[in-house]
Design a protein around this ligand. Structure first.
Ligand SMILES: [Zn+2]
Length: 449
């Protein structure tokens, strides 16, 4: 069970207003002819959205990395820089905007406008939480993740993952410490450095082709890919606006073959690049909703972004298709033996059952229940990685704290929403497109599974 804190009735409201038996199958709404009440409400939301945009840029001056993407007017970030707001000023601005938003009554709002309002409320709640943290307030892992991302995972004791470790041990026979065995096994699937670019190029092209079969991407869209070092993450999409992304891949640690499809889908298609483009096109450009020209990292938008990016891997490569593609195209390109691919794939699938252990470790570490050294040791044991990889994982937790929930929990929630009722492949893509094109919040997805 996942917590739903953001207007749990929103899905129902949207459901009845769409007049559809199934919210997920309702067509993507296009802007119709608005009535005067709707126009007035939209104008009030526009005014709040403009100030929310300035607030987010001001928060970005208080914390490097807070603004993940921005493609609005160039002069606004310059203004925020010249006159940086204090944390106290930011706090009072957040309160003012929240009050103004409450004054926009729900009556007369179309379902999409109601979602716009709810989205702004959720983003402001996240900004308030982050501002408190910047002011030195210590929040529990649970309070922090709920405040920033609108969801928190159910945590299981680490010992509940012991049975999974036993299962995985059978896949990687041998003596000695299991993490060392698994790491050594995975290292056999490393892409040689001089082949990285060609393997990634082919993988991303395939992720794009599979996405384009189902979703119209804006004309002129493009991305640039760079290999970088010295980061706590494995890949990052810096969305630049105008349907353009800079995708960076971190080569600090050897990159194994499965990461090509993982990162191609996650950072590219139908992941972050697609999400940002569809928000820019549908909400920022077509509707003029300026709040979508900025993306604050510590907000529910990130749960949707990471969750949809991770789920997008399985959506683009269902069943055995991923294994087939990797065997046919990527293994030969990387100089690896395609016959060994099924064993590697089986291990990758088994390792996903350990995903939740990362949350438990992050919670214990961030809540001060265990030391950094203990967190690294627990990561080695329950994520089955080398010391270096465990250190990178805890460095990520140091940098981004409860952000770690967005990957696994977000994926479970997006999966639950899209696959509810056993839909066809086309229907799954339609639901994905809705998530990527509308002001989606964790509460819109319903409980995960
Ligand atoms: Zn991501």
């Amino acid at each position: 069970m996942n917590k739903r804190t953001l207007l749990p009735s929103l899905t129902l409201l949207v459901l009845s207003a769409c007049g559809s038996a199934d919210y997920a199958s309702a067509p993507i709404q296009t802007a119709g002819l608005p009535n005067p009440v709707e126009l007035q409400a939209n104008a009030a939301l526009d005014a709040v959205a403009s100030d929310y945009l300035k607030l987010t840029l001001a928060m970005g001056e208080a914390e490097a990395g807070y603004v993940d993407a921005y493609y609005g007017p160039k002069e606004l970030p310059e203004k925020a820089k010249v006159n940086p707001a204090t944390l106290a000023e930011l706090g009072s601005e957040i309160s003012k905007l929240s009050s103004r938003l409450r004054l926009v009554g729900d009556d007369g709002l179309t379902p999409m406008l109601l979602r716009r309002k709810t989205f702004l409320q959720a983003q402001l709640k996240a900004a308030a939480t982050r501002r408190q943290m910047l002011s030195g307030k210590r929040l529990s892992f649970r309070a922090e993740s709920l405040g920033l991302f609108g969801a928190t995972p159910d945590l299981k004791p680490l010992s509940s993952y012991d049975a999974t470790l036993t299962k995985i041990a059978a896949l990687v026979p041998g003596d000695g410490d299991l993490a060392t065995r698994v790491d050594a096994f995975q290292d056999r699937y490393t892409i040689p450095k001089d082949k990285l670019k060609s393997v990634f190029d082919v993988a991303i092209a395939e992720c794009k082709a599979r996405t384009e079969n189902h979703i119209n991407l804006p004309a002129g869209e493009r991305f640039t890919m760079e290999f970088v070092t010295g980061k706590s993450w494995s890949g990052y999409n810096y969305y630049q606006g105008n349907y353009n992304s800079l995708i960076q891949i971190n080569t600090d640690l050897p990159i194994r073959i499965s990461r090509a499809v993982d990162l191609g889908c996650h950072e590219g298609y139908p992941g972050h690049h697609a999400l940002n483009m569809l928000l820019e096109k549908n909400l920022s450009n077509d509707r003029g909703w300026r709040e979508f020209s900025v993306y604050p990292l510590y907000s529910p938008q990130s749960l949707i972004a990471e969750g949809s990016a991770n789920y997008g891997i399985d959506l683009a490569f269902p069943g055995k298709e991923r294994l087939k593609f990797e065997q046919k195209k990527l293994y030969p390109l990387a100089g690896l033996d395609p016959k060994t691919a099924p064993a590697y794939q089986a291990l990758q699938e088994a390792l996903t059952d350990l995903r939740g252990a990362r949350f438990t470790i992050a919670k214990q570490y961030l809540d001060g229940e265990i030391t950094k050294e203990a967190a690294i040791a627990a990561t080695q044991k329950y994520q089955l990685v080398s010391r270096k990889r465990a250190e990178q994982s805890i460095a990520f937790t140091d940098d981004y704290r409860s952000y770690v929930i967005n990957y696994g929990l977000g994926q479970d929630m997006v999966h639950g929403f899209i696959e509810r009722g056993n839909p066809s492949a086309d229907e799954k893509w339609q639901r994905m497109e809705k998530i990527l094109s509308e002001p989606t919040l964790p509460g819109d997805l319903g409980p995960g599974d």
